[in-house]
Design a binder for this molecule. Structure first.
Ligand code: NI
Length: 428
């Protein structure tokens, strides 16, 4: 049986909740044909093909020219107004509902691939050596496009849906650049939503929670300068390799001894350059370390930077060397607005079933540049299950054998469309 929601939700959202047809936990009949997930599922083959084409042709941030071309071609074919060239390769599509209203919702998907080799051997594996869609942004772009298709055909909302195809999420500043180029002045939105596929969640589940969901990401570079010389006469040198070793060890004390055990932080030193592998009897003059810091709270971020700076300089000077810390803040923490997270959870419950909405998935220490948009507009970042038992769908993001699960397309596109229909309900 189909069940109407007994709407006790307030405001605009409640209007649509009352109108939504949904399958209750006890129902065994299929969804209504009006259900966005079911409507979009009819286009599954077409969008699977589209996604796999993007996967085969991965492009790095701010270089997504082919990807942008494919998106623009589709939007043109669907008769959707869109604007290209924002942050080089970004695109914003604007769809008006069947009723006019001053209200608007933004939806954002990322477009870029990673600088890593793909180890999959499937027919749609990367054709570009050293480039891979290893984070599923090919799927995110495809889902936003399928959502655009659905919204343009049905237009069962009042006001404006603004669909943001964002380049360069992977550390190349796409979100920040779009905002700097006037994204929200040119395309005003009241609230904004984005989602990311999540291999640790089963297909058909969605996770959303208020507050922090992804960490702030900072990059650190430590340059150590000693005095090089003959390895057989170390007393005549200041060995930067030894200093680097002590800095690596000392840096690990910052989280364990300066950050509250109830807070969260990571300091990882991931790369080291010093000397020459062929010069086994030469102590080099310099050494360089590089890594990342992840935190959720700005106070913690500040404190970790302060302590690292103090440790790096004082450890080095204790050995007679000099060291400097370069500290680059890349992405702020991704913090969901409580009200918008609750709204998104309610919409997800109607579309996926209440038992499939996860509200206690732990925040990730990974970072996400949607955080810049959430600093400007209230909204929420959702994580969408993609694990259906196939190995490549359960491997975590950035694994060289990961692949986006095409079965997710109708779920993600339907959820994005559902946020617009529920957030911008028709009056009549
Ligand atoms: Ni990603």
């Amino acid at each position: 049986m189909f069940c109407h929601i007994n709407g006790n939700a307030g405001g605009n959202d409640g209007l649509l909740l009352r109108r939504f047809l949904y399958l209750s936990r006890d129902c065994t009949m299929p969804f209504s044909s009006n259900h966005p997930i079911e409507t979009i599922r009819r286009w599954q083959d077409d969008y699977t093909q589209f996604r796999r084409d993007l996967h085969a042709h991965p492009e790095l941030g701010l270089e997504e020219h082919r990807t942008a071309q494919r998106i623009s071609e589709r939007l043109t074919a669907l008769g959707i107004e869109h604007h290209t060239g924002i942050a080089k390769t970004g695109i914003v599509a604007v769809i008006h509902g069947r009723e006019t209203s001053p209200h608007s919702i933004g939806l954002r998907a990322d477009m870029d691939a990673l600088s890593m080799p793909e180890e999959n051997r499937c027919a749609h594996a990367s054709t570009v050596p050293g480039r891979m869609h290893g984070c599923g942004h090919d799927g995110h772009t495809t889902m936003l496009l399928a959502c655009a298709h659905y919204l343009q055909e049905t237009r069962r909302f009042a006001g404006t849906a603004t669909l943001i195809f964002q380049p360069a999420e992977e550390g190349r500043g796409g979100g920040k650049t779009m905002i700097a180029e006037g994204l929200f002045e040119r395309f005003p939105v009241e609230r904004i939503f984005a989602l990311h596929n999540w291999p640790r969640l089963p297909l058909g589940k969605v996770a959303v929670r208020p507050g922090p969901v992804m960490a702030a990401c900072d990059y650190i570079t430590i340059d150590i300068e000693g005095c090089g010389g003959h390895a057989a006469h170390p007393h005549l040198t200041v060995d930067p390799v030894l200093v680097a070793g002590h800095i690596i060890t000392a840096a690990q004390a910052v989280v364990s001894r300066n950050v509250s055990p109830l807070d969260h932080a990571v300091v990882s030193l991931c790369a080291m350059q010093a000397g020459n592998m062929d010069a086994k009897n030469v102590i080099p003059r310099t050494a360089r370390l590089a890594g990342t810091v992840r935190t959720f709270r700005p106070e913690t971020q500040e404190w970790v930077e302060t302590r690292l700076r103090e440790l790096v300089t004082s450890v080095a000077s204790g050995f007679g060397a000099r060291a400097t810390l370069r500290y680059d803040r890349i992405d702020p923490a991704t913090i969901n607005n409580a009200q918008q997270a609750r709204f998104a959870a309610k919409v997800a419950a109607q579309l996926f079933g209440e038992e499939n909405v996860v509200d206690d998935l732990e925040p990730s220490m990974g970072a996400e540049d949607f955080s810049f948009m959430l600093q400007k507009k209230p909204g929420a970042y959702l994580r969408l299950g993609q694990n259906s038992g196939e190995e490549q769908h359960g491997l975590f993001l950035h694994n060289s054998r990961y692949d986006f699960n095409d079965a997710v397309i109708p779920y993600g596109a339907g959820l994005l469309a559902g946020l617009v229909e529920a957030g911008l309900p028709l009056e009549t």
